[in-house]
Design a protein around this ligand. Structure first.
Ligand SMILES: NC(=O)c1ccc[n+]([C@@H]2O[C@H](COP(=O)([O-])OP(=O)(O)OC[C@H]3O[C@@H](n4cnc5c(N)ncnc54)[C@H](O)[C@@H]3O)[C@@H](O)[C@H]2O)c1
Length: 435
């Protein structure tokens, strides 16, 4: 074994065994995948080579010059090729030469994730969230560290699968950093520390809004796709089994802010409304274009969340936390009331790129042998969004426990490119029942 191989083995081993009471059986054996190209390099694998996955790969490579991207997987081969050329052409000093993904380590199709995970030490999971629990469970089974994009699941069974794997990942001492990146934005961290320190008194209400114009229009027509499966996969945002709907896929950032303010204590129940008023054509699949949900927490605390995807209307993404002594304006980075405060960046201010911060912290912690594992919090924030969606889809009051035990499975049991996948109907409150 070379000196550098020994160093790499030591620090990965240290990272994986720092958590208390990690059993010998849980140790990561890295000998099988020592990276010949770069000493104590960590082998990174990317699954889901779209916009976010490509960004996450770049951030992982930037975070630590010892990191190398060695395997990529995607449902579609063209996505891997365009991600590779973006990474190789990124222009960041020293980055392109650590993109070491020869054709034999480019994996295409529904099973690509297994091959990528088998090849790497740390996997970046950035597919549509319908696949997240399956991919994460396999990564944990193979004892791999993971960066896991939000959200963590699109339904109750998937969430429970993710939570089981999250628990196991902790027992194994694995590092699992999630894509709820707003928690890595320095001004917001300082604001939230003040809120938790009592600067606005006791929290009474939280208001989070994610009103935007929407996302990309369907990318392919049915005629351009060889099967219904391909059609839905190409246009994944508009199918609840793939995206979870926009309250789960996108507005979950605001809902996660609510969870953060509440120290991740779950609400007791929620109720809400939603529907589709603007994006009504069949090409927009089965998701809604607006939601409004009220979360009821212990001690009469209320959380209000609104989100919409309406083109040609003003966007508003804003969060406020009202307390008995003051009010925190999360996006305004300020607090009003007796403990008035406004964020001011000085020369010592931490970096403001929250995406980069996630990776910097993840790799620094790994090298220090103190893996970060916030998988369970990420699952909890995902469930908050899921219960809001369930409330709007059915018109029912949804308790935390009810949502946690939901049996409705949106994701198919198996995946085949020739599948004539049924199109789920748009939910109708009062007709669509909670299951
Ligand atoms: N944290 C953030 O701020 C942030 C921002 C954007 C996206 N995201 C999250 O990142 C994820 C991806 O979003 P995106 O914008 O990159 O989407 P995208 O469509 O650009 O990329 C998704 C990629 O995954 C691939 N894919 C789909 N199913 C797959 C499978 N089973 N196996 C392998 N590859 C598969 C697609 O072909 C595509 O290349 C979503 O969960 C999204 O919520 C997070």
């Amino acid at each position: 074994m070379t000196d550098s191989g020994s160093t790499r083995r030591t620090f990965l081993f240290k990272a994986a065994t720092t958590a208390a009471a990690v059993s010998a059986a849980s140790r990561i054996d890295i000998a099988d995948h020592a990276y010949a190209g770069a000493g104590d390099s960590l082998r990174i694998g990317l699954i889901g080579c779209g916009g976010r996955g490509t960004g996450a790969a770049e951030q992982a490579l930037t975070a630590d010059r010892g990191n190398a991207l060695v395997a990529m997987g995607d449902a579609f081969g063209n996505q891997i090729e365009s991600s590779l050329s973006a990474l190789k052409g990124s222009g960041a000093p020293g980055l392109a030469e650590r993109v070491d993904v020869p054709p034999e380590r480019r994996f295409v199709g529904f099973d690509a994730y297994k091959h990528v995970i088998d090849e790497c030490d740390i996997v970046l999971l950035a597919t549509p969230p319908g696949f997240r629990p399956i991919h994460f469970a396999y990564a944990v089974e193979k004892k791999k560290h993971a960066f896991v994009e939000k959200p963590m699941a699109v339904d109750g069974p998937g969430l429970r699968m993710f939570m089981d794997a999250a628990k196991k990942s902790k027992e194994l001492g694995l590092s699992v950093v999630n894509g709820f990146c707003w928690r890595y934005y320095a001004p917001r961290r300082e604001l939230m520390a003040r809120v938790h320190g009592g600067d606005i008194g006791a929290i009474s209400t939280i208001e989070t809004t994610y009103n935007s114009q929407g996302v990309w229009d369907p990318r392919r027509t049915r005629e351009q796709c060889k099967s219904e499966m391909e059609y839905q996969m190409r246009n994944w945002y508009y199918y609840s089994w793939l995206s979870g709907d926009h309250i789960v896929e996108q507005a979950v950032h605001g809902i996660d802010t609510m969870a953060w303010a509440m120290n991740d204590v779950p609400p007791e129940r929620c109720w809400g409304v939603g529907g589709r008023q603007v994006r009504t054509e069949p090409k927009y699949g089965n998701i809604y274009d607006h939601f409004s949900v009220v979360y009821e927490y212990p001690d009469d605390v209320r959380g209000y969340h609104q989100c919409r995807h309406w083109a040609n209307t003003p966007a508003r993404v804003a969060d406020f936390i009202q307390g008995t002594k003051g009010r925190a304006d999360v996006f305004g980075k300020k607090i009003s009331g007796p403990s008035k405060w406004r964020y001011r960046a000085d020369d010592n201010a931490p970096p403001l790129d929250m995406y980069q911060s996630e990776h910097n912290e993840m790799f620094a912690a790994l090298r220090d042998g103190k893996p970060i594992n916030n998988a369970e919090k990420a699952a909890s924030s995902t469930l908050l969004a899921l219960m809001g969606r369930m409330a709007a889809y059915t018109g029912e009051v949804i308790t935390w426990d009810k949502a946690m035990n939901s049996q409705e499975s949106l994701v198919p049991a198996s995946f085949d490119w020739n599948d004539d996948l049924p199109r789920r109907p748009v939910p109708v409150p009062g007709v669509t029942k909670f299951t």
